[in-house]
Design a protein around this ligand. Structure first.
Ligand code: SF4
Length: 74
């Protein structure tokens, strides 16, 4: 079973080119300053593929996939 993944932006590295949200607009939004806004939740399987495409086009290597923390047992 694969683990849930999060898309993470390194704000210090991001230069605001907009290539990521131009490539994956259904996954990544932007604010008025042109900063990318990524989902604040684990990605679905189809979203992981979009995230990988966005990661590949980012010239600053500011996007990464991270393993989401395991959900607490209820
Ligand atoms: S492509 Fe990379 S540097 Fe450009 S806005 Fe997206 S995360 Fe930032």
């Amino acid at each position: 079973m694969s683990q849930a993944q999060l898309l993470v932006v390194d704000r210090a590295a991001c230069a605001g080119h907009g290539l990521c949200y131009g490539t994956a607009p259904d996954l990544i939004d932007c604010n008025d300053q042109g900063d990318p806004i990524v989902p604040d939740r684990p990605l679905g399987a189809d979203e992981v593929e979009l995230a990988r495409e966005a990661i590949l086009v980012c010239p600053e290597r500011a996007l990464t996939l991270a393993t989401a923390p395991a959900a607490a047992a209820s």
